[in-house]
Design a protein around this ligand. Structure first.
Ligand SMILES: Nc1ncnc2c1ncn2[C@@H]1O[C@H](COP(=O)(O)OP(=O)(O)OP(=O)(O)O)[C@@H](O)[C@H]1O
Length: 306
């Protein structure tokens, strides 16, 4: 197993799909072929020859403490662009705190974060225009319908009304929310909320998408839908960074993983390197985080005579 493994990966996104039009209103499909986006940004194809791209995310010396609790202990990390990146770790490892600092939602005590070469805290407007975020405990405007929420988000993102309309229609369709588009968000189920949150995060066709536990509380059908959308999106050369506890999911989706435990990064690199000789990522993970496989043996009363 590759603890503190290589920082970069040469692998292209898994199973690249070519039909990206439904997600991005046609811009990504064009962008994948030419590197030109409708919004004027350049986005090289994933793994393209000679494509010199800065890391999607560069973190150095990042610290966060809440009172006595050190949530993130001076981590350094480079997440490669154009990849499906998984941030995994046990409860309380510091994943949400790290993602919050990376996305400009929580100010670090110390350290720097750059996204696509721009400093998150010195250049927040430029950075926020280039990222999409689906945070943990997503708060939405509950008294808007799903379509109104997308219309509002799109206008906040500076897109013109017709473009927002057309992208919203496509996203609602792909995410199987068209039938619920006029329902108030307050009446959405957990999975529907994740999907409308994802649609809002994708609407402006960001370069990097951050998702905190995007599959939590999502049924298998919706999970498959979300997965399909994310695979199309990374195939356009964009980067997805997501946190999860579900190792099978990370193993099947990610090109690159970072394992976090006890506020530090325990291993990072291409999936195969981090997994190493372990049969599954789950085994490698348990080894890396020092999980005690004997846990539960003290509960000798549980299941005993009543
Ligand atoms: N606002 C806060 N105030 C105090 N402590 C906090 C706060 N946010 C996080 N922590 C603490 O920081 C540590 C890291 O928490 P964090 O939520 O980042 O972990 P996580 O890896 O995302 O966990 P989980 O997988 O359970 O969501 C934990 O010990 C947590 O209790």
């Amino acid at each position: 197993m590759a603890s503190e493994a290589a920082h970069t990966s040469s692998g292209a996104a898994k199973q690249p799909l070519t039909d990206t039009t439904a997600v991005t209103g046609g811009t990504a499909a064009t962008g994948a072929a030419t590197g030109a986006e409708a919004d004027g940004r350049q986005r090289p194809a994933p793994g393209g020859a000679g494509a010199e791209r800065p890391p999607a995310v560069r973190v150095s010396g990042l610290w966060k403490r809440f009172g006595e609790q050190v949530a993130v202990a001076g981590i350094d990390l480079e997440l490669p662009a154009g990849q499906f990146v998984g941030l995994v770790g046990p409860n309380g490892a510091g994943k949400t705190t790290t993602l919050s600092m990376i996305t400009g939602l929580l100010r670090p005590d110390l350290g720097q974060v750059e996204i696509a070469g721009r400093d998150v805290w010195r250049d927040p407007v430029a950075v926020k225009a280039r990222i999409g975020v689906l945070p943990e405990g997503l708060r939405l405007f509950e008294r808007l319908s799903g379509r109104e929420l997308l219309a509002y988000t799109g206008r906040l993102r500076g897109l013109d009304g017709d473009e927002v309309d057309s992208r919203a229609t496509q996203l609602l369709g792909v995410l199987d929310l068209a039938g619920a588009q006029h329902k108030l968000v307050v009446d959405y189920s957990t999975g529907m909320r994740k999907k409308i949150g994802l649609a809002a995060a994708l609407l402006h066709n960001p370069e990097v998408l951050f998702l905190d536990e995007p599959f939590e509380g999502v049924d298998p059908v919706s999970a498959q839908t979300i997965r399909g959308v994310l695979e199309r999106y990374t195939a356009s050369g964009a980067t997805v960074v997501f946190s999860s506890h579900v190792m099978e999911l990370v193993e099947s989706l990610c090109d690159w993983v970072a394992v976090m435990a006890g506020a530090t990064i325990r291993a990072h690199g291409p999936l195969a390197e981090v997994r190493g000789a372990a049969p599954t990522l789950q085994d490698a993970f348990l080894e890396l985080v020092g999980a005690n496989r004997q846990q539960g043996h003290d509960l000798d009363w549980l299941g005993g005579a009543r």
